[in-house]
Design a binder for this molecule. Structure first.
Ligand code: ADP
Length: 341
């Protein structure tokens, strides 16, 4: 998946490059900087000494030494004052400059911490939004897998308002569904009890044989029915892309799906995607709820009110918010798997 939010210690990430939230001296510090220097060993500090520091908003690259990543990209985030001192532009520049360096060094996978969101005080929800915006813009033009590594989930939060709106929506829909379930149970209990299972009698076996013959006779019928098989998921996807006037690349990039997976779906008319993949395309195509249900059915799935994942997706579609990164942010906050491959 081109952009993924994961919870991990960045020093453990097996990627081509990890990004360090450094300070202007590049000589190590606390937080993620300290963790990276500790894990990489003294070779990293020795190389950093040769770099002559780094300005806020800029980035420099070194080897990875003892961390699994080949490179460490050091970028200096802004110290957050009140948000009115160019902090956002500087933070955006950190992500852009780091991505440009990663590209220059042919990195295919890069992991970022939430720059400036520790001792530099940038509010975490806003820092995450900047990260997502800049990275997703970059991914529209470039092939790379980028991870945003969240270290401390407790300290991480998306906007309180969004959280409470979604929580309310989940609550409302769970209640409805549970009411339905209890009605269903009452209805089931009202049905006459089923006959106990017995061993098959000979006459039953004979009638089975007859059924078999009938089935053979019906084979031609079945063949004819199978020929009228519905449009497949892959066919519907390609049709919708055309109808929306999108290019394939626009669609899979907006869906946060990588090119290889898209090609696989494109070339296999019977491809069965996972539910998050099918939904990612529905979001990318900005399908209505009914169309989303239709697309999911093609892949053998449905939206249900008995799980949070589905309700969160439904919440965003019903609000007309098709920003996959915001949806993933919310899914992450509610401990759900993310959309995309
Ligand atoms: P800054 O000075 O840019 O604010 P910090 O290192 O203080 O940098 O914090 C940046 C972010 O990195 C914080 O959100 C912090 O929780 C996170 N962080 C700290 N250690 C790690 C780690 N080992 N891996 C990933 N993220 C980390």
């Amino acid at each position: 998946m081109p952009l993924e939010i994961v919870r991990n210690d960045i020093t453990k990430m097996k990627v081509d490059a990890i990004v360090n939230a450094a300070n202007e001296s590049l000589l190590g510090g606390g937080g993620v900087d300290g963790a990276i220097h500790r894990a990489a060993g003294s070779g990293l500090l020795a190389e950093c000494r040769t770099l002559g520091g780094c300005k806020t908003g800029k980035a420099k690259i070194t080897g990875g030494y003892n961390v699994p990543a080949k490179y460490v990209i050091h970028t200096v985030g802004p110290i957050y004052n009140d948000g009115k001192h160019g902090e956002k532009a500087l933070l955006e520049s950190c992500y852009r400059e780091s991505l440009a360096l990663a590209k220059e060094h042919q990195c295919e996978t890069v992991a970022f911490p939430l720059i400036s969101s520790g001792v530099y005080g940038y509010p975490k929800d806003q820092a995450l939004k900047v990260a997502i915006d800049v990275i997703s813009d970059f991914l529209l033009e470039n092939e790379m897998t980028v991870y945003i590594v969240i270290f401390d989930k407790a300290a991480y939060k998306i906007s309180e308002k969004l959280i409470s709106d979604i929580a309310e929506y989940i609550d409302d829909n769970y209640v409805d569904e549970h009411t339905d379930y209890s009605r269903e149970r009452i209805r089931m209990n009202a049905l006459p009890p089923m006959a106990p299972r017995t061993r098959k009698k000979k006459s039953d076996i004979d009638s089975f044989k007859m059924c078999d013959c009938k089935a053979m006779l019906a084979e031609d019928d079945l063949d004819a029915k199978l020929k009228q098989i519905d449009e497949s998921f892959s066919q519907m996807l390609l049709r919708k892309i055309d109808e929306k006037g999108m290019t394939d690349a626009e669609c899979y990039k907006k869906a946060n799906i990588d090119r290889k997976l898209f090609s696989k779906i494109r070339s296999d008319v019977h491809y069965k995607p996972s539910k998050p993949t099918a939904l990612a395309f529905a979001i990318s195509l900005e399908l209505s709820l009914a169309e989303t249900e239709d697309m999911l059915r093609k892949a053998g799935f449905a939206l249900s009110h008995s799980n949070k994942f589905d309700i969160i997706i439904e919440y965003f579609i019903s609000k007309g918010n098709y920003n996959i990164f915001e949806i993933n942010e919310a899914l992450f906050a509610f401990d759900q798997s993310l959309l995309g491959a």
